[in-house]
Ligand binder design. Structure first.
Ligand code: MN
Length: 381
């Protein structure tokens, strides 16, 4: 008895506003479906963020339709729940996954929290924000109760857990029911595989580099999905990697060696069959940004899809040691709490801190979601 666990495919994401990057995400999804069919699993689980948005672009909708029809033709059922990206933030609203109901996709939702596949119980819940985590914990408890009569059970959820995501999590590890054989999580884009309760807990990770800080994880653990075998006492998890269509080059180069570094990188680019994304940080020396920008542009504009330079010349502001500042002055949480003390509600400063974090990382989608969730939470109560 085997199934495939995938998550965070983020179809419809147009990274850096580039349609070629949008296509990369589609290409990876097509390859995953191809690979899935070769593995011949009994079923597939998608743990949320199938799409980047709750109103996905038509190409994204079609890519999924094509994939799900292929699975249907091969008689491979697929179970899916909505993530924070593809959920609609209104009560009783339907996520885009529902479009594929007639193509055989089984949506795990508050209305249909569980299914039986063969003799396996599959249950779960869509993403819930931290402000609704109490409802989520109740929901999970009920699902655990419903699963008691089955020998094998799989939990499908899209949440961040405090243990793996100390900032911005929605649920604590202690609040997750322990009797499931396999907890199929989505949300964290790194790959995680852990013992948990009576079985395993796993995040298969995102299937493409959604943000450049995922590159290290990609180099170390690859990207793709999991093939899970439930036959034994403990599930066996096999990591299946999908090669990404395009390379990200992320490097720190020293200004004093700029020309040599440009030559070296260009040599590497010649070996690639798709134009890479170039993330370069130029540091050291007292240089002007515009001069370096000109050089990089001249060297790479023809053979890179996107050049994303950062400049750190040795100017006064950059060399000033941050550690010389009083520690307290840099404690953003404290500063926010202090300035919002009139609100008295801890949740307000918590929201402000979360917003600060996401926005300083440039993640405006997450920030918008946080704000929406927060007000949604207020209305619900
Ligand atoms: Mn995601």
């Amino acid at each position: 008895m085997q199934f495939i666990h995938m998550a965070d495919t983020h179809l419809g994401y147009r990274q850096y506003g580039l349609s070629k990057r949008e296509n990369d995400f589609f290409e990876v999804f097509d390859n995953i479906i191809e690979e899935t069919i070769m593995e011949r699993p009994d079923f597939v689980v998608h743990s949320g963020d199938l799409f980047e948005y709750s109103r996905p672009p038509t190409r994204a909708l079609l890519t999924v339709q094509k994939g799900i029809l292929r699975l249907k033709n091969e008689k491979i059922p697929i179970y899916a729940t909505a993530g924070n990206h593809d959920i609609v933030m209104r009560k009783n609203a339907l996520p885009p996954q529902i479009l594929y109901k007639d193509f055989g996709l089984k949506l795990i939702s508050p209305k249909n929290p569980s299914y039986i596949e063969g003799d396996i119980f599959i249950g779960g819940a869509p993403y819930a924000s931290k402000y609704n985590s109490k409802d989520l914990v109740d929901r999970l408890e009920n699902i655990e109760k419903a699963s008691q009569d089955y020998k094998k059970s799989v939990l499908v959820v899209h949440q961040g857990i405090d243990l793996y995501m100390p900032y911005g999590y929605e649920i604590k590890i202690g609040d997750i029911p322990k009797s499931f054989n396999y907890c199929a999580f989505g949300h964290i884009h790194e790959r995680i595989m852990d013992d948990f309760g009576e079985g395993k807990l796993a995040y298969p990770g995102s299937t493409e580099v959604w943000r450049s800080d995922e590159l290290e994880g990609y180099k170390k653990n690859g990207k793709g999905f999991y093939l899970v075998d439930l036959s034994g006492d403990q599930p066996e998890i096999e990591k299946i990697n999908i090669k990404l269509p395009r390379e990200f080059i992320k490097e720190n180069i020293n200004y004093t060696e700029l020309q040599e570094e440009i030559n070296r990188i260009n040599k590497h680019i010649e070996t690639l069959n798709k134009k890479p994304i170039l993330n370069l940080t130029v540091h050291g020396g007292n240089f002007s940004r515009s001069e370096v920008y000109e050089k990089l542009n001249k060297a790479f504009s023809a053979n890179c899809l996107s050049i994303r330079p950062k400049y750190l010349p040795d100017t006064l502001e950059n060399t000033q040691n941050l550690n010389d500042m009083p520690r307290d002055a840099l404690d953003i949480k404290k500063m926010i709490r202090r300035s919002l003390k009139d609100f008295k509600d801890e949740k307000v400063s918590e929201l402000a801190t979360d917003l600060y974090k996401e926005m300083s990382e440039g993640d405006y989608t997450r920030a918008t979601d946080l704000a929406k969730n927060f007000y949604e939470g207020l209305y619900d109560n």
